[in-house]
Write a protein that binds this ligand. Structure first.
Ligand SMILES: Cc1cc2nc3c(=O)[nH]c(=O)nc-3n(C[C@H](O)[C@H](O)[C@H](O)COP(=O)(O)OP(=O)(O)OC[C@H]3O[C@@H](n4cnc5c(N)ncnc54)[C@H](O)[C@@H]3O)c2cc1C
Length: 492
């Protein structure tokens, strides 16, 4: 039996950081709008936004080498780094606004100041890091970046990187003291609590199965109630605006919506694992997020890093990620997810990507078959004294990298995020994974501009109050903001 609920203004599919962010913004901009969040799991933030399913790095380009590619002439391109840094600043501004305006509980803890370091080995990498630091420091956003190639200085920054290191291989590091570790799971729950306090509804164990646009432009969603005692088991909800913030589940739902803008997109799932230690002796010796350099030929999301994590008030160290292969699009998804996503419209891009990315496939096979010894070897390149007894292997969130049509190459694989919006602005969905949570606010500002063009003018003063750095003249003149899809080479 199907039950029908009344029309709501905004339905957000998925209870992760993206829906939580958008719901928070809309509930400030339009306090009278009805908002409903539908989540298939029995709790919020159980997929990628869960603290242990991602690395919790507040991506501000303070340590990630993939934001600063080297040009053929040897100079360093810092444009992407500047964009990411500005986007993370927007996130911080919104969080600050929500905290200071009482929309997040006073003293709510989800962000821990944690210096961001980059660590490299070998003369060539040391030279690159020095040039990169010089290029970044010339920009006021990175003026405080420190560089050293002195092991004794690195020892004072992060002793575990140096202790037990033998040989005379050159090493170098940069340090940005203003880095952060973010518990995106706690943040998601806090943001949703805030919007619920202001009248929004959350329905857990509610899975959106179908979406159909009605003649008046609104959307009818068919939703399965997965609770064991549900009655009725199905309901329909009508919504004037739908955001598909379903993470790995977004591709299927966008495809089901039938909007032409979703045609041609495919997904390439990559799973991941981290090593984690809670050994207090080790935890006490490392208070930083240290990003290294990805191996040649490996994808950007495989950049190894050794991180301080603060989750639920407890501190731990995390190392990884080790990539893996799974056909699922969500951690709690189905092995048929990949097969089910194949459509006539995305077959060519998917085949093209499969044929062209042999190196990636090889890399994934080598990661899947990696033994404990090999995983330890990777960790020891960072932390020479690492002992297996201290570390446990945990499964991270599932990423679905975006495959999209390309006019000459058939299809390309993207490592960024892609906001897909219908031309009439009644529905939008977010594909892809990186840099993800850190830049959720910037992505949602982009969404507001694209889906609510007639409203955004009126919202501008409020948006500026929420995020003062949006107030620049560029933003006044044009709402054209840089697309996240351009940030293809970003690691998380
Ligand atoms: C290994 C890894 C490391 C990462 N590290 C970082 C990092 O250090 N810093 C950073 O900023 N970002 C990082 N990211 C990216 C970041 O975690 C994601 O971009 C972000 O969490 C995505 O949020 P979301 O709300 O879109 O998706 P999710 O958090 O996955 O939420 C989507 C929700 O939708 C629900 N859902 C799916 N289908 C349906 C349906 N049909 N009906 C109802 N509900 C549905 C799911 O159950 C889920 O709860 C990392 C990601 C991974 C996988």
């Amino acid at each position: 039996m199907t039950d029908h609920a009344s029309t709501v203004d905004v339905v957000l599919v998925g209870g992760g950081i993206m829906s939580a962010t958008l719901a928070s913004m809309i509930s400030v901009l339009e306090p009278t709008w009805t908002i409903e969040i539908l989540e298939r799991r029995d709790a919020l933030a159980e997929e990628s936004s869960n603290a242990w399913n991602n690395a919790g790095t507040g991506h501000a380009a303070l340590c990630e080498l993939n934001y600063t590619p080297e040009r053929p002439d040897g100079s360093i391109d810092i444009a992407k780094a500047v964009t990411i840094n500005e986007q993370f600043e927007l996130s911080r501004e919104l969080w600050h606004f929500l905290l200071t305006s009482g929309r997040l509980p006073e003293g709510f803890a989800f962000l821990s100041p944690t210096p961001h370091l980059t660590f490299v080995r070998g003369a060539e990498n040391v030279d690159y890091l020095r040039r990169r630091a010089d290029a970044l420091r010339a920009h006021h956003l990175f003026a405080g970046l420190e560089f050293t190639d002195d092991p004794e200085v690195i020892r004072t920054w992060a002793p575990l990187l140096v202790e037990g290191r033998v040989g005379d291989e050159p090493i170098a590091a940069t340090r940005a003291p203003e880095g952060t570790d973010v518990d995106f799971g706690a943040l998601t729950r806090g943001l949703v609590d805030g919007v619920v306090a202001r009248g929004a509804t959350v329905r857990l164990e509610h899975e959106v199965r179908r979406l159909r646009q009605r003649r008046d432009g609104s959307w009818r969603l068919t939703v399965a109630d997965r609770r064991w005692n549900a009655s009725p088991r199905k309901r329909t909800i009508d919504a004037r605006f739908v955001f598909i913030g379903a993470g790995g589940g977004a591709l299927h739902l966008l495809q089901k919506s039938g909007i032409p803008e979703a045609r041609g997109y495919g997904g390439f799932p990559i799973s991941g694992q981290f090593l984690r230690t809670t050994n207090p002796d080790l935890v006490a010796q490392h208070q930083a997020k240290v990003y290294g350099k990805a191996d040649v030929g490996s994808p950007p999301m495989s950049v190894p890093h050794l991180d301080t994590r603060v989750v639920d008030g407890q501190t731990a160290l995390l190392f990884g990620p080790y990539a893996g292969w799974s056909m699922k699009f969500l951690k709690a998804g189905s092995p048929l997810d990949l097969i089910r996503s194949i459509r006539p419209g995305n077959l060519v891009p998917m085949l093209a990507v499969g044929l062209k990315n042999v190196d990636l496939v090889k890399y994934l096979i080598s990661e899947v078959t990696a033994t404990e010894t090999r995983r330890l070897r990777t960790l020891r390149a960072f932390m020479p004294t690492a002992h297996p007894r201290d570390w446990e292997l945990i499964t991270a969130g599932q990423r679905v990298q975006v495959i999209k049509k390309h006019p000459t190459q058939g299809g390309v694989l993207e490592f960024g995020t892609e906001l897909v919006t219908a031309q009439d602005g009644t529905i939008a969905g977010l594909l892809g994974a990186s840099p993800g949570a850190s830049t959720a606010v910037s992505t949602m500002v982009d969404l507001l501009e694209r889906c609510f063009p007639t409203k955004v003018d009126g919202w501008r003063p409020q948006l500026r109050e929420m995020m003062p750095s949006l107030g620049g003249s560029d933003w006044d003149d044009s709402f054209e903001r840089e697309g996240m899809a351009d940030d293809a080479q970003v690691g998380a």
